[in-house]
Design a protein around this ligand. Sequence first.
Ligand SMILES: Nc1nc2c([nH]c(=O)n2[C@H]2C[C@H](O)[C@@H](COP(=O)(O)OP(=O)(O)OP(=O)(O)O)O2)c(=O)[nH]1
Length: 134
Amino acid sequence: MTERTVVVGAALLDAGRLLAARRSAPPELAGRWELPGGKVEPGETPEAALVRELREELGVETEVGDRIPGEWPLRVPYVLQVWTVRLLPGSPDPKPLQDHDELRWLSRDELWDVPWLDQDIPAVREVATRLLAS
Ligand SMILES: Nc1nc2c([nH]c(=O)n2[C@H]2C[C@H](O)[C@@H](COP(=O)(O)OP(=O)(O)OP(=O)(O)O)O2)c(=O)[nH]1
């Protein structure tokens, strides 16, 4: 049986815009943009992992909504799953506290202005199709 580890990514939406985060590490990913999130730990639900990762990485309090259908391979053994997420009322604004050095809220028109990680592009395309008004 093949081991696989789910990496959860947030489609964090606010006022019709998507939050993109620029990775600061590791060197092979630094400078490229991704959906913030991280690995689901053993015994943890994907939703709990997202809330934890977003609190650690961005300092925000969030509520997880629906999963975007699909699953995208990262380097073995990781696969990316994406969930819609919104900021809870009163949450601080996101800040690049850990793993990232810049954040941007992207409107649909701006979505491809940042160099996403190659492996995130199909997931971002799916988010755009489903969630961002054209
Ligand atoms: N979070 C996130 N990771 C991604 C995306 N695309 C992508 O290839 N990855 C890779 C980068 C990492 O190798 C892995 C997730 O690692 P991570 O560093 O974000 O997760 P983590 O906080 O749980 O990691 P760790 O430092 O505890 O090991 O998946 C993405 O959109 N979001």
